[in-house]
Design a protein around this ligand. Structure first.
Ligand code: FAD
Ligand code: FES
Length: 275
């Protein structure tokens, strides 16, 4: 496995914005300056405060998509107040950020990997694909399954194709790729595979994570999912991000997704939400 010991979090009171541009309808890419020695592991995230004033007061969690040469990139979908302010920010404005935070994906150095992304769940899996590609020096065995409601939710496919043996694209409205959910090509793909050798990682809406967990459980395939909860501190203090999980002995307990997640073995998740 790679990234057994994720890097320690750091605080950046004034990270300068280098670029902030819309990359697809409703989605933007933010590039911010960080020290050149900043590192992270795929699946880790940042807390981003968009304003040095009081509102919005809390940071917003954002998965790290890429870091190179002191340039950190994350992508965001505008859904509310914080991301709305973020979308208004310009080059040379500053962000308050702390990270990298959380448990990353435990990606295998060898063997086939299936990365399943739903909509804005793409960035942490983009970093997983890029990291695997750099370590392995090959795209062979890296499969990316990327779905959205429409073509606007599925972007950077050309970039992903550089790191992956194959990128399977779906849209619920059929406007790009195969019409339907991302689990459709994934289930087809599994029919032809040796189940023992595959490692699966997913990030996306709760029903999608639940669905891939069920598929993998039925086939006995190891699967990690990145779960989303609202987060206030990102460092385990506020208890705002708890989720009910099972230990390996089957005992139920509440975990803080910001420190014991967001990536978790899907067999440990107690799927109790309908949304
Ligand atoms: C570990 C982690 C990584 C994330 N990575 C990304 C990313 O890379 N790109 C991205 O666009 N988003 C990401 N998110 C979600 C992002 O943090 C929220 O969309 C953001 O906080 C919304 O802030 P807002 O002020 O714009 O919305 P608000 O005004 O606070 O809320 C608007 C709506 O979004 C919902 N919402 C807010 N936060 C969340 C959340 N965490 N989970 C589910 N629903 C939420 C609210 O219930 C509400 O309906 C991530 C979340 C987590 C926990
Ligand atoms: S966000 Fe505060 S404990 Fe997780």
């Amino acid at each position: 496995m790679i990234h057994t010991f994720p890097p320690k979090p750091r605080y950046f009171p004034s990270a300068k914005i280098l670029l902030n541009e819309e990359v697809s309808l409703g989605y933007s890419m933010m590039m911010a300056a960080v020290p050149k020695d900043f590192t992270f592991a795929p699946g880790q995230f940042l807390m981003v405060r968009v304003n040095h004033q009081l509102s919005p007061f809390l940071g917003r969690p954002m998965a790290i998509m890429s870091v190179e040469d002191g340039k950190l990139i994350f992508c965001y979908r505008v859904v509310g107040k914080g991301t709305g302010v973020l979308a208004q920010m310009r080059k040379n404005d500053v962000l308050q950020m702390w990270g990298p935070l959380g448990i990353p994906f435990s990606l295998p150095e060898n063997g086939p990997v299936a990365l399943l992304a739903g909509g804005v769940g793409m960035p942490p899996l983009y970093s997983a694909a890029e990291t695997l590609f750099k370590i392995r020096k090959s795209a062979k065995g890296i499969y990316f399954f990327y779905g959205g409601r429409t073509s606007a939710d599925v972007f950077f496919v050309d970039k992903l194709e550089r790191f992956c043996e194959k990128v399977f694209v779906t849209a619920e409205d059929g406007s790009i790729g195969v019409r339907g959910l991302v689990t459709l090509p994934f289930s087809e793909f599994l029919k032809d595979r040796q189940r023992d050798s595959l490692h699966v990682a997913g990030c996306g809406p709760y029903p999608m994570m639940k669905s891939i967990a069920e598929i993998c459980s039925q086939k006995g395939i190891p699967c990690e999912v990145s779960l989303e909860e609202r987060m206030a501190c990102g460092v385990g203090v506020c208890l705002g991000c708890t989720a009910l999980c099972a230990s390996s002995q089957g005992e139920k307990s509440w975990i803080r997704l910001c420190v014991e997640g967001p990536v978790i073995d899907s067999s440990r998740v107690i799927w109790n939400r309908s949304r």
